[in-house]
Design a protein around this ligand. Structure first.
Ligand SMILES: Cc1cc2nc3c(=O)[nH]c(=O)nc-3n(C[C@H](O)[C@H](O)[C@H](O)COP(=O)(O)OP(=O)(O)OC[C@H]3O[C@@H](n4cnc5c(N)ncnc54)[C@H](O)[C@@H]3O)c2cc1C
Length: 407
């Protein structure tokens, strides 16, 4: 693909997309945010509305992913998560499973599984990406879920327990990362698609969470799950070839399945954090203009105004890092300094910091559920934990810039 000239000016189409999604977020998502946070349930009616509007659909997701500039998807994420992060994740959770199929599947597999994960506006479906395990969070190589090829039956047999899976157990389609050869750690892993109604897959514990409570998070238990060969992403021949090369100690030329998924999704996760931070900043700015103490609006004090200036500056810096990484990914530029990790790290920590400052600006009101900033603060915290913790992002960046295997 030819390089696009550098510009920070959005195209008319991108501005239109931003405006449309902002309206949906303001009119449909934001008004429902408090209710679904309190209910701690998947907001099916809102996902349905998103599907009817054409947002929860493969067409929409694909056109944003394949926007030439790379910015379509990050613009979309920022607006939806500006509306609410829990509902945003309920709408976007399927995307992680779809990205895993797109990153690791053959063209036939992508064509068959990805549209089925979204369903239709009248019959919506969900996808779930299951990599983490109780003893394998940051340390993906410690994964215990096993996939064994049953030669006689011509089927894969999966056993193990996944945890923290977004949409886990309630999804129609699950993408499971499993170890085929544990002696090869991450290089011995492969991704499998488990279609709806497969025997042996069940939901374990559903987690009660600090934030993003409209997004369902649960364990997924795999008990002798049998899958025909076509559900191994990439196919057996390719896997055998990769395993053989790994056994011979040669470079496979490809990162392990989970990492391939995370690389593609990091700027989008950073954009979600930008959306939350911007939402809290806007509430704080308005409040500071209205609230009077000592006979004047509190914004007239540098102590408050400087806080807002810092909030705005860090949010804009986060967005620029997100846009850079998204643009680089789409142009096929090599991430020489872990630019994807940089944007996720900075945007995630900014969202936590900005939402906390917003509570401070709102004082006692900020600490109550009468105002949205305490929810936004709870929601923001996940961004220093999932899709690679802040410490792991720093490790990735430090290794990239130093060329040293830092632990
Ligand atoms: C709400 C939610 C949704 C999620 N959704 C999904 C999902 O859809 N699919 C999925 O597969 N997973 C999902 N996850 C899992 C998430 O990616 C993991 O929680 C995350 O990778 C961290 O793993 P862990 O929780 O086991 O923490 P641990 O790995 O145990 O880490 C604990 C602490 O130790 C630090 N640490 C660990 N190793 C190092 C090191 N080498 N150097 C420095 N510090 C280190 C970590 O940074 C962290 O601070 C989700 C988690 C949550 C909470």
């Amino acid at each position: 693909m030819a390089d696009l000239a550098f510009s920070l000016e959005l195209s008319d189409d991108q501005k239109e997309l931003q405006k449309w999604l902002h309206e949906f977020a303001a009119e449909v998502i934001r008004p429902a945010a408090h209710e679904w946070d309190e209910r701690e349930e998947t907001p099916w009616p809102i996902i349905q509305e998103a599907a009817k509007a054409g947002i929860y659909s493969l067409d929409f997701m694909a056109s944003q992913w394949f926007d030439d500039s790379g910015l379509g998807m990050v613009i979309a994420q920022e607006e939806l998560f500006w509306g609410d992060a829990g509902i945003g994740l309920a709408i976007m959770g399927t995307g992680l499973a779809a990205a895993a199929v797109s990153a690791n599947g053959t063209n036939e597999q992508i064509g068959e599984f990805v549209p089925a994960m979204y369903g239709t506006p009248d019959d919506i479906k969900l996808g779930s990406f299951c990599s983490s395990e109780p003893d394998a969070g940051s340390d993906v190589g410690a994964m215990k879920t096993r996939a064994i090829w049953d030669e006689a039956a011509g089927e894969w047999v999966l056993n193990g327990t996944k945890t923290w899976a977004t949409n886990g157990g309630i999804a129609d389609w699950h993408v499971i990362v499993a170890s085929v050869d544990p002696s090869l750690a991450t290089r011995g892993q492969a991704s499998f698609v488990v279609p709806p109604g497969t025997k042996g897959l069940s939901q374990g514990q559903k987690f009660k969470k600090h934030g993003i409570r409209a997004s369902h998070t649960a364990e997924v238990v795999l008990d002798d799950v049998r899958l025909p060969g076509k559900y191994l992403l990439g196919g057996k021949e390719k896997l055998d070839d990769r395993l053989n090369r790994a056994r011979e100690g040669l470079k496979t030329g490809r990162s392990q399945p989970s990492m391939a998924t995370f690389e593609r999704t990091r700027p989008t996760v950073g954009a979600q954090a930008v959306g939350i931070a911007r939402a809290a900043y806007e509430v704080a700015l308005e409040y500071a203009k209205q609230r009077e103490q000592f006979g004047r609006p509190i914004i007239e004090n540098q102590g408050i105004a400087f806080k807002l200036a810092d909030m705005k500056t860090r949010i804009d810096a986060s967005r620029l890092l997100v846009w850079r990484a998204a643009w680089m990914a789409r142009q096929g530029k090599e991430f020489t300094a872990a630019e994807g990790s940089q944007c996720k790290l900075f945007a995630g920590e900014t969202a936590v910091w900005v939402t906390e400052q917003a509570i401070q600006v709102l004082g006692g009101n900020g600490y109550t559920r009468e105002y949205p900033v305490e929810r936004m603060h709870r929601d923001a915290k996940i961004y220093t934990i999932f899709e690679g913790t802040s410490e792991i992002q720093r490790l990735v960046i430090a290794r990239a810039i130093s060329g040293t295997y830092i632990r």
